[in-house]
Design a protein around this ligand. Structure first.
Ligand code: NAP
Length: 266
C-alpha cells in the first residue's frame, strides 16, 4: 500500500526553503532520487547538495513557476534527467494575507496562477507517463485555509480550495489506474511564508510547528497511502466541526479575530 522511496524518482517544487526543502532532504535520506526547483538558485544549491549526500543523482532546476513555458520545460527536463517521475510533490506556493477590501483582480489571478494553475499544468504534463506505467503518486500541498477559509486571506484560501477540489476529483478519476493522489493540509508551520513582503502581518490562531512535523506527517501519509494528511492532526477535527455548522463557525471566527484585534489595540 505504501510508496517504496528507495530509488523513487521524485520532483518537489518550491524546495528552496520551508516544507519543500525539508521534504526533499528527508526523501533523499530515504533513498529517493530527488529533483527540486524554485526561483532562488543559491538556496536550491544548498538543498540539492544535502540531498546528494544520500542520493547522488539528485538534481535542481531554477524555475519561475509563474512562467507557463518554464513549467512545460521543467516537466520535459525532469523526465529527460530521470527517465520518469514516480512521485510529484506540488509544494511551491505563495501566501496572500490581504483583506478582501484591499484585493484587486490582478492579485487574485496571480495567486490562483501560482497556487493552482501552475501545479495543475505540471500535473497534466507528468500524468501520462505515470498512467503508462500504471504507477505514480501525486502529492498536492494545500492548506487548512482551503477548508477553514482563513479570514484576511480570501485569494489564498480560494487557490488552495481549487487545488484541493481538483485533487479529490482526480483521485477518484484515477482510482483504478495505479496513480494515487494525496492532499496535505498544513496548519501553521514555521517557514518564510509568514515573513514574505507584500502581505499583511500574520494573525496566527495557533503556535507554529517546526518544518520537521510537516515532513514527518507527509512521509507517514506516503507510507500508509493516505488520501489526506492534516498537520497537526487536530485540524482534521476542526475541519469536521466547521462542516457541521458553517454559520456558527464563521461567527466564532469573526468573534475570535475581533478579540485578538482588540487585544493588539487595532
Ligand atoms: N507554512 C505554513 O504554515 C503553511 C500552511 C499551509 C500551507 N502551506 C503551503 O506549503 C507550501 C510550502 O510553503 P512553506 O510554508 O514551506 O513556505 P516557503 O518557505 O515560502 O516555501 C515556498 C516555496 O515555494 C517556492 N515558490 C514560490 N513562488 C514560486 C514561483 N513563482 N516559482 C517557483 N517556486 C516558487 C519558493 O521558492 P523561491 O522563492 O525560491 O521561488 C519556496 O521554495 C506552500 O504551498 C504553502 O502554501 C504552508
Amino acid at each position: 500500500m505504501g510508496l517504496e522511496l528507495k530509488g523513487c524518482r521524485t520532483l518537489v517544487t518550491g524546495a528552496s526553503s520551508g516544507i519543500g526543502a525539508g521534504l526533499a532532504e528527508a526523501l533523499a535520506a530515504e533513498g529517493a532520487i530527488v529533483g527540486i526547483c524554485a526561483r532562488r538558485g543559491d538556496r536550491l544549491a544548498q538543498v540539492v547538495e544535502r540531498c546528494m549526500e544520500h542520493s547522488p543523482e539528485s538534481r535542481m532546476w531554477v524555475v519561475d513557476l509563474a512562467d507557463t513555458d518554464a513549467v512545460d520545460r521543467l516537466a520535459v527536463d525532469a523526465l529527460d534527467a530521470f527517465g520518469g517521475i514516480d512521485l510529484l510533490v506540488n509544494n511551491a506556493g505563495i501566501p496572500k494575507r490581504r483583506h478582501v477590501t484591499a484585493l484587486d483582480i490582478e492579485t487574485i489571478t496571480q495567486v490562483m496562477h501560482i497556487n493552482y494553475l501552475s501545479p495543475m499544468r505540471l500535473t497534466m504534463a507528468l500524468l501520462p507517463q505515470m498512467l503508462a506505467r500504471a504507477s505514480g503518486t501525486i502529492v498536492n500541498i494545500s492548506s487548512i485555509a482551503a477548508t477553514l477559509s482563513a479570514p484576511g486571506e480570501s485569494a489564498y484560501d480560494a487557490s488552495k480550495a481549487a487545488l484541493t477540489a481538483f485533487s479529490e476529483a482526480m483521485a477518484v478519476d484515477l482510482w483504478e489506474s495505479g496513480v494515487k493522489v494525496m492532499v496535505v493540509y498544513p496548519g501553521v508551520i514555521d517557514t518564510d511564508l509568514f515573513s514574505l513582503p507584500d502581505n499583511d502581518v500574520p494573525d496566527l490562531p495557533v503556535p507554529a510547528e517546526p518544518v520537521s512535523v510537516a515532513v514527518d506527517a507527509i512521509l507517514g501519509g506516503l507510507a500508509t497511502g493516505a488520501a489526506q494528511v492534516y498537520v497537526p492532526e487536530y485540524f482534521r477535527d476542526i475541519a469536521a466541526s466547521k462542516a457541521q455548522d458553517v454559520g456558527k463557525f464563521l461567527e466564532g471566527t469573526a468573534y475570535l479575530r475581533h478579540q485578538r484585534e482588540s487585544k493588539q489595540g487595532n
